[in-house]
Design a protein around this ligand. Sequence first.
Ligand code: MN
Length: 284
Amino acid sequence: MKLCRYDHSHIGVILNDEVVEITDLFNTTPSWPIPPGDWIVRQFPDVLPKVAGHIAGRKGVPLSSVRLDTPVANPGKIIGAPVNYAKHQAEAAADKQISGGREVPLIGQMGLFLKATSALNGPNDAIRLAFSDRRNDHELELGLVIGKEGYQIAREDALSYVAAYSIALDMTVRGKEVQCFRKSADTYAVMGPWLVTADEIPDPSDLRLKLLVNGETRQEASTRDMIYDVPRLIEYASSMYTLYPGDIIMTGTPEGVSEVLAGDVLDASLENIGEMRLNIIAAK
Ligand code: MN
């Protein structure tokens, strides 16, 4: 199932280029204190089995007539995976602008990092460069959304904790500052264009990703080259943090990262998920 959030406060299912609204299947009035995680994703286990019956015979509106928002409105955390592809490690080690002149260890030595949730950005919102005079890069990644609460999740159970997948862009300012600063600028955590529920992607370990800048291919890879695969990332993250419904994991970028400038147009696609186009605009 393809699920989207659109026109700010609507939730829909995408069927053949149409959006059928399912907002009224959800309780949209949180009560304080709001439980950790995302209020809507937390309801997926109760609501998603009712969707087919609810939308039967209903008419949708054209997908092109709605404005898609970040598919998860309020993730509790956005977890990033540093240096999770060997060829990206090699390109980073060879380029001081990427490495900041530091050693580039692999993910097992680096751990994970957190991106600010205020950096979240949807498929229809431009990416606004934080420092136009610094090098800003695209990092195309498989994004996943956690569906149920878990701590110290075993690798063999890990995929059952995934609610859905989407395309993610872990936008980055290069430099010497810590990752949580350089990767947390407003608009630097892109998720979209919608969620594809995990039942449609039973095995995320061989999905093609592709990113073009102004029509020119920069990144083209497969998730099979991840050093820590999706189950291992969930096991690793949950060894440190409790994962809650709506938490996002950006699974690391393959090789081919490069600078983006104001005016650039990015076309990102991910097998079995879809594609989206993003514009880069200058800092204010
Ligand atoms: Mn990344």
